[in-house]
Design a protein around this ligand. Structure first.
Ligand code: PGA
Length: 245
């Protein structure tokens, strides 16, 4: 099965800078790559990046999206707008949306379920804070964040889950393989849909020095990468590790 390598560029790069880097990233993807390589640049860069990499294997997506097609929703983007701009996926529930911008779990689940109904691919992010982990709440937090999606989405082929422990994002503190494996197995145990559980990515300080160990965990379907996706060199190293796995 193909693994996923997804770069989340967060609020980095202007449209011109994003386009330039996206073109370079597209060039490093070998033909018949065993890895799906996706990038989520800032919203303004989705259209130019998609246009510039149209004929390549790189897929461009958005970092968030709304469940309605249009309306009085200042600051939001809809799935039809994203599709027209060449995006083929979006992220929802990133911990920065949940914790810095106060998106509730209810809102995040509404986003994910609404977007799935529009036949669009979603990377639904979940993860516990350090305090929640230390209080023994890791499983209940993950369950609360993913169960509404598993219960409602049926057998959607468009759902991808990303397990990103909040304490590992942008901190350099990567979860151990045991911690990742336990969390992924727990998420898989919650899946009660038809067929196979959706792919589960790991995210949180993934870098070339730790990725070989992470991608070797059988329940890890790939990675959602922030910092190490901002440079062609480190992203290329991640891609070769994933290709060899
Ligand atoms: P990081 O970010 O790789 O810089 O920790 C991951 C993410 O925010 O998805």
């Amino acid at each position: 099965m193909k693994s996923f390598l997804v770069g989340n560029w967060k609020m980095h790069f202007s449209p011109a800078q994003s386009t330039d880097l996206a073109v370079q990233m597209a060039e490093i993807i070998p033909q018949d790559s065993p890895v799906e390589v996706w990038i989520a640049p800032p919203a303004l860069s989705v259209l130019p990046c998609s246009n510039a990499t149209k004929a390549t294997a790189l897929r461009i997506g958005a970092q968030n999206a709304h469940w309605e097609d249009s309306g009085a929703c200042t600051g939001e983007l809809s799935v039809p707008m994203l599709k027209e701009s060449g995006a083929s996926f979006c992220i929802t529930g990133h911990s920065e949306r949940r914790h810095i911008f106060g998106e509730s779990n209810k809102l995040v689940c509404q986003r994910t379920l609404g977007i799935l109904k529009k036949d669009f691919t979603v990377i639904h992010c979940i993860g516990e804070t350090l305090e929640q982990r230390e209080n023994g709440e890791m499983q209940s937090v993950l369950q609360e964040q993913v169960q509404p999606i598993f219960d409602e989405c049926g057998h959607s082929k468009n759902l991808i889950v990303a397990y990103e422990p909040v304490w590992a994002i942008g901190t350099g503190k990567v979860a151990t393989t045991k911690e990742i494996s336990e969390a992924h197995s727990f998420i898989q145990s919650l899946w009660n849909g038809l067929g196979d559980c959706p792919p589960i990515l790991y995210g949180g300080s993934v870098k070339p020095s730790n990725y070989a160990q992470i991608i070797a965990i059988p329940s890890v379907a790939g990675a959602l990468v922030g910092g190490a996706s901002l440079k062609k060199e480190s992203f290329e190293e991640l891609l070769s590790i994933a290709s060899a796995a």
